[in-house]
Design a protein around this ligand. Structure first.
Ligand code: SAH
Ligand code: SF4
Ligand code: F3S
Length: 449
């Protein structure tokens, strides 16, 4: 038996990919471990989105090099692989910077991992694959092998054709690709059979999904309608681009109860000048109109977003426009980042880079506002009844922890028997990072859960 340690950075797609890599290595006799010192093989599944994310990988590799040396002294070899977006973006440079790395494998080449492992075992040295092969990634990856939680991810679309000027994703994940409908439905069925009662459909631009279906191309909305036929299955999708928010998807939010009323719809900035420089392809007013239409379709929908402060050329006035947009929308939660220049992206070569002090001040102000909005949103949940999907036991006896439709963790007493099921919960207290609730009615214990 060999032990496998995977550390995942970045977005949910990396979480999904890490699980697929683990599945791929099961036939090689590898079982997961949480301890890198115990691992015969270590995979870092990396993120290149901001400089800090990429640099973290090198400090981790420095630590792993020492682990590898210690293990070698005890006669135990260790294979270190770097996967994900840093692997794709930096390729051989990674091995030059950290020779303890044995394998560098980009997100489109995971299916080749077993071969690469065999190759270095046979010949020694390093193995590198950062091609975008003609064979579709998903056709060559194995199906999920157990370990599926109550809430599961399912990648339906990968890659991005939007080329926002700050972003590395179109380069690290390649062009937009949608998986065929049948493959998605089959995988959803398998996840369901293994106990998943919530599926989050993943894609870098998931709402640009255009999958080959039984009768022509399916949109994300068509796919959601089909998946919603599965009993007691909740659905989510992430991440969406405002430009791809089709009428049918907005209508799906109105018509499909299984589709959770929570939408991650990043806008990045509120100034039209900056939105144009970012190549986002829409203006602030377009986004606000879109939000209005979505809310008209589903009044209880909550929004989350992503923001970048200090994009090249961003003036104080531009930043004020971002603040104004956030005030106008009112987010239930949001991520905000300081602009980070990424090698090879158009924005990195733009004039007007904003000094770090100004970026810090803007980020602080924006985050304070977003935190106030999130607190207000959570506070407004007090006394409401939510359908909660229970995911795991709580710390206290017979307590269970679930998620509200808005992804807030909810702690509930006397709910230990409800893992994997949905129940109505009245929210009784708002805690800093979660909610506390009570079952509205006693739910009968299911004899065959
Ligand atoms: N596909 C998603 C975003 C993927 S990256 C989308 O289009 O919304 C996640 C977030 O990281 C982005 O929304 C953006 O806010 C942030 N981001 C991307 N590149 C960045 C950069 N160079 N500097 C700072 N933040 C960045
Ligand atoms: Fe990056 Fe823009 Fe594509 Fe999102 S839409 S992945 S931010 S290029
Ligand atoms: Fe990071 Fe790649 Fe995801 S750069 S955010 S891991 S697509």
């Amino acid at each position: 038996m060999q032990k496998l340690y995977i550390k995942t950075y970045g977005c949910q797609m990396n979480v999904y990919d890490s699980a697929r890599m683990a599945d791929l290595l099961v036939p090689l006799g590898m079982t997961p471990t949480d301890d890198p010192a115990d691992a015969d093989m270590v995979i870092l599944n990396t993120c290149h989105i901001r400089e800090k994310a990429a640099e973290k990988v090198y400090s981790e590799l420095g630590r792993l090099k020492i682990v590898k040396q210690t293990r070698a002294r005890a006669g135990k070899p260790t294979v270190i692989a770097v996967a994900g977006c840093v692997a794709q973006a930096e390729g051989e440079e990674i091995i030059a910077r950290q020779p303890a790395v044995d394998i560098v494998v980009g997100p489109q080449s995971y299916a080749r991992l077993p071969q690469m492992i065999a190759e270095i075992a046979r010949k020694g040295g390093h193995a590198l694959d950062t091609d975008f092969p003609a064979v579709a990634k998903f056709d060559s990856l194995p199906e999920a092998h157990g370990g599926v939680g109550v809430s599961a991810f399912l990648t339906v679309q990968e890659g991005c054709d939007k080329f926002c000027t700050y972003c590395v994703v179109p380069y690290t994940r390649g062009a937009e690709y949608s998986r065929p409908v049948k493959d998605v439905l089959d995988e959803a069925m398998r996840l369901y059979d293994e106990g998943a009662r919530e599926i989050t459909l993943l894609g870098q631009n998931v709402n640009a999904y255009r999958g080959e279906g039984p009768s022509g191309e399916w949109s994300l909305a068509t796919l959601i309608c089909a998946l919603a036929k599965m009993k007691d299955l909740r659905l989510r999708y992430v991440t969406s681009h405002p430009r791809d928010m089709g009428d049918d998807l907005i209508e799906a939010h109105r018509d499909i109860a299984a589709l959770m009323p929570y939408l991650h719809l990043p806008v990045q900035a509120g100034s039209d000048k900056i939105l144009a420089a970012m190549n986002r392809g829409h203006k602030a007013a377009d986004y606000l109109r879109l939000v209005e239409r979505i809310r008209a379709a589903r009044s209880d929908i909550a929004l989350s977003g992503d923001f970048i402060v200090g994009f090249p050329g961003e003036s104080d006035e531009d930043f004020r426009a971002t603040v104004k947009l956030v005030e106008a929308v009112g987010y239930a939660s949001a991520y905000s980042f300081k602009y980070s220049a990424r090698p090879g992206t158009p924005a990195a070569a733009m004039a007007g880079h904003v000094p770090d002090a100004a970026k810090n001040a803007r980020l602080q102000e924006l985050q304070a506002l977003l935190t106030r909005q999130q607190a207000a949103f959570n506070q407004a949940c007090l006394g409401k009844t939510f359908s909660v999907l229970f995911e795991r036991p709580g710390r206290k006896k017979n307590q269970a922890v679930g998620r509200s439709p808005y992804l807030q963790p909810v702690h509930v007493e006397n709910a230990g028997h409800l893992i994997g099921r949905v129940a109505d919960v009245v929210i009784e207290a708002v805690l800093p990072n979660s909610l506390k609730g009570a079952l509205r009615q006693e739910v009968p214990i299911c004899p065959n859960p």
